[in-house]
Design a protein around this ligand. Sequence first.
Ligand SMILES: Cc1cc2nc3c(=O)[nH]c(=O)nc-3n(C[C@H](O)[C@H](O)[C@H](O)COP(=O)(O)O)c2cc1C
Length: 312
Amino acid sequence: MEKNRPINRRKALKVLGLGMLATCVPVLSACGNAKKSKNGQKNKRLIFYFSATGNSLFVSRQIAGENGTLLSISQEIHNEHPEYEAEEIGFVCPVYCFIPPAIVQDFIARSTFKADYFFTVGTFGAHSTIFPEFVDNLAKENGFRMNYINTIQMVDTYLPYFDAAREMADQKNQLIPEKISAVLAAINKRENYILPVTDMDRMICEGYYRSSGRDRQRPTVTHSEKIVFATDACIGCGVCTSVCPHGSWKVVNGHSVAEGECENCLACVHNCPQKAISIIPTPPEPEEPNRNARYRNPNVSLADLIKANSQI
Ligand SMILES: Cc1cc2nc3c(=O)[nH]c(=O)nc-3n(C[C@H](O)[C@H](O)[C@H](O)COP(=O)(O)O)c2cc1C
């Protein structure tokens, strides 16, 4: 169990707040909100995932196996009593601009976790660079320690830089099953390992942040209306409204309209059955090279992603 770990000010205030609440409302505190499995036992392996196009959901399922429990971060982020306890707690998410998506960072910061073993797996397309170090620090800042952090290279879904058709045909994908098995075996053995960050990783990361001018903590946070729009091909089916992890689409007069908080995850773009959602180019980023190519992990259905992300 995590005990006596130093905690930061934010966490301390949160714990203090919960303590005061417990004094005032003993019943609430006694019930708590630690997730239990269906038979009331402590969960063995609890995995929190975020996924826009299915890669991280697929990996989460593989790591959860038959006895693990999967919880979607875009839904758990609304939990008013985010206290979780299990023998092993894991996080699986895409790498966005070399770090975890802001929603994943926010979920970790607002929750309390208790486990014997913590792990994180990031799925990425080209370079994960400082992701392991960032996650390691994120956990420490929030009062717990990651035992294992690794990354798995898959199809890159960031359409301004990558043609999804070429990505799907890339030989790198042949290594995915092997990599997932290796990560799973390591977690099953409760290995202690944090993927090292190299000098080259730091150079790539530094170069990107300098040239893009993006915020280093929340590089992909934006407003949906600034980066995506529905073209005339939109039939108002509403898939975008239910696959968006922030619920930032609405259908007005039979046409989808983007409005609200956005993680730039492109779930709307990739999952639109009509390929009717386009990305607004934001210089210095290029225009997407192939607007006919869209991607969803072949092992994950649209219904799975809607179930994971729907805010409706
Ligand atoms: C906004 C955004 C930023 C991304 N940034 C990176 C990155 O820095 N490095 C990288 O290798 N892949 C990056 N990717 C690719 C994703 O990490 C990768 O495709 C991931 O497997 C997608 O996971 P999902 O299918 O679970 O959403 C990015 C994708 C998006 C949409």
